[in-house]
Design a protein around this ligand. Sequence first.
Ligand code: FAD
Length: 428
Amino acid sequence: MAASSYQYDLCIVGAGLFGSAAARHASTLHPEWKICIIGPEEPKERSIVHDRDIFGAHYDEGRIARCVDRSPVYTKFSQESIKRFAELEQASGIEFFTEVGNLLVGSRGTDFIKEISSTIERDNIQCDQLSGNAMKKKFPFLNLPEEDIVFFEETNAGYISPRKMIDAQLSIASRNGCDIIRDIVKTVNRIVITTGHVVELVTDRRTTYMARRVLLATGAFTTLRQLLGPNMQPDVRLMPISVAKVEISAEDAGRIRSMPTVIYFGKGNKGWWDDIPSDGRGRSGFYMLPPIRYPDGKYYLKLGNFPEFQGVDDIQTAADLKAWYCLKDETVLSRALGRLIQTLIPGVKMKSFKPDRCVIVETPTLRPYLDMLHSQLGLVTGGNGWAAKSSDEIGRLAVGMIMGGIEDEELTADMFTTRYKMRSQSKL
Ligand SMILES: Cc1cc2nc3c(=O)[nH]c(=O)nc-3n(C[C@H](O)[C@H](O)[C@H](O)COP(=O)(O)OP(=O)(O)OC[C@H]3O[C@@H](n4cnc5c(N)ncnc54)[C@H](O)[C@@H]3O)c2cc1C
């Protein structure tokens, strides 16, 4: 028997950074809509022996936020998102942004430095160039090459807690009437009902929901369930990422509390890249966050190297994806990254070392996919490792898209069209 109606005007699948932003924007812009967001909470434990195979790129307390980004599109997304952080914090009562500033440091003549200079100029971003001496004076505890080029973005930059940002987005969405359903969507199908077509969603807990429109915001896990058509395989690289967290004492954390976030690309100091992959010309890159207090009450400094220098193969199977999230042992790389932290901030004492792992979704366009797969099903994915800070704007655009099209003077829908690969090219 055909169903006769739908329960939701919009169902968002995936309560991560993009999905939660979309839920807030949709429920704020369309109070007349019945909206829900379906996604599991962060698991208390990630274990290979448990059934759970869906995780997220937001299980952390630190993601760098800065307006200067690699591409004009991401710079725009960052600027638009960051300018709404204060309003979002105020409306939700949840603080997630710490404005410590961001240092961009690199060897002279690198494309990295050239791109930063032109972005600052083109987009008129408030960012000062510091001499090596000035940097040493401002941040005496940092051991960075003095001959390098340094840009300091002091305002509208720092770091966000992705966990708290999602809490902030969801608390406003919930207040606006959006239902938050803690489940995993297993299948998405368009079906015929008496009044036309609706999208039917069935979850792992065997509940069925009917929605007029569906937005998939499922990150690296988009192809793990039957959410897309049978032959639809978005062309993305799932890049396994190792990071290092070094625990330091509360006293050390207090001593370096003015530390900004740091992004580095270049030759570095002697020994930096001994155990870290580089580009063949002796250059490599990393990002580092200042001491952050984690839920266990301890302070950690976090460092990851650039995804292109991780030196590991892309994830090819669902089993590998689960294993990457669940295995907690340190990798050779995470240990090397831990050692690099101690070289960069020589005065602090490492109390303990914690490796962590995550997965980045990279698109061949290096822009997110923001696309309608059919008139009732939208997709937003492909953060390319830079999109936590930009997620609020990407979520807003996704809602615009599902309503009828991206409305922006500088952006056109074809910039975000999904590219596909053949099913046989992937076992995911
Ligand atoms: C190590 C690391 C460091 C990073 N550092 C930075 C940084 O410094 N600055 C920055 O801006 N960005 C950074 N990023 C990138 C940023 O975290 C991602 O771009 C962002 O999380 C992407 O958001 P998303 O919503 O697409 O995916 P996610 O945040 O992963 O959210 C996807 C959600 O969908 C859910 N889901 C999946 N499948 C289903 C299903 N079938 N049913 C229901 N729910 C489902 C998942 O559980 C998850 O909650 C980093 C990423 C990593 C991995």
